[in-house]
Every structure is written in structure tokens, then in C-alpha cells.
Design a binder for this molecule. Structure first.
Ligand SMILES: [Zn+2]
Length: 59
């Protein structure tokens, strides 16, 4: 099920902090659990895995 017209459901625990950080020109990042890179995009950040690592499937 998708709901995109109302409030986006973002399972991102740091979304609020990030929103505040961005006001100060900063960003919140989490580390990719696969390659250790820093992730700042909300989706990848919440997943703790970059786009390539999510597809690559190194478990
Ligand atoms: Zn990665």
C-alpha cells in the first residue's frame, strides 16, 4: 500500500534531527552497514545501506 498524497511515512529515526540540522547547513548521516560509506539520503540512511549495497545483496 502506498500513501503519497498525505504525510510521507518515513521510517527514518533521525529525520527530525536532520531537518533541524539542515537549518544550520548540516546533515545527519548514518553509515552503510555494507561498505561503511556515509549516507545522507533519507531512504538509504534509514536502511543503513546505500542504493548499490541494497541491490548488491552482500549479506
Ligand atoms: Zn554501501
Amino acid at each position: 500500500m502506498r500513501q503519497e498524497n498525505s504525510i510521507p511515512i518515513e521510517p527514518d529515526p533521525v529525520a527530525r534531527i536532520d531537518a533541524e540540522a539542515r537549518l544550520h547547513g548540516a546533515r545527519i548521516a548514518t553509515r552503510c552497514s555494507v561498505c561503511g560509506r556515509w549516507l545522507v539520503a533519507p531512504k538509504t540512511r534509514a536502511a543503513h545501506a546505500g542504493p548499490k549495497c541494497q541491490k548488491g545483496g552482500v549479506k
